[in-house]
Design a protein around this ligand. Sequence first.
Ligand code: TYD
Length: 206
Amino acid sequence: MSGGLFITFEGGDGSGKTTQAELLGAWLVEAGRTVVRTREPGGTEVGVEVREIVLHHRGDIAPRAEALLYAADRAHHVATLVRPALERGDVVIQDRYVDSSVAYQGAGRVLDPDAVRGLSEWATEGLAPDLTILLDLDADVARTRLDSARTRYDRLEAEASAFHTRVRAAFLALAEAEPSRFLVVDASLPVAEIAAAIRERVAGLL
Ligand code: TYD
């Protein structure tokens, strides 16, 4: 994919992904790279509408429908934004990708993780990240962070502690299964220390 680099951030709600994605993006811009910062769900205009449904719809959404909504957002995002950026040679830094679906819809909602992954592979025509940074944090610590930052929770954040504990375990299992794609960082460390660990790993890819 001609010089492009696809970096995804994963982790539970409240693990600090957005802060770290911003810091990494700024560092890469200083190093002279063209950086596209984006996220799922909601990285495109269509995605913003899907995000509204999947995060803020009042009332239940069947787990399989939820999985399809995330996959639909992803299909459009990859086709119209991510792949074109990588083909131009840009660095794409993205909050959440396929691993979030496997962890949240697979382990969280208890759908077959292979089926959930298969949906996303179809949706993205198999586009995989070059590097995935997992910010790992105890679910209850993450909840305390969110409590101080939020006035209201979205549908996923509002799930019980057991849900978020399953999600965390699923992310760690994904990282263990693919150590060459993942960097796992302890998200309870100071922001600057986490950022330095991430820069060190990314420098090796440039
Ligand atoms: P995020 O944008 O990280 O939330 P916020 O901007 O509020 O910090 O993610 C939104 C939520 O969507 C988050 O709880 C995780 C969930 N999610 C899934 O369940 N499956 C997915 O495939 C994705 C991408 C996100």
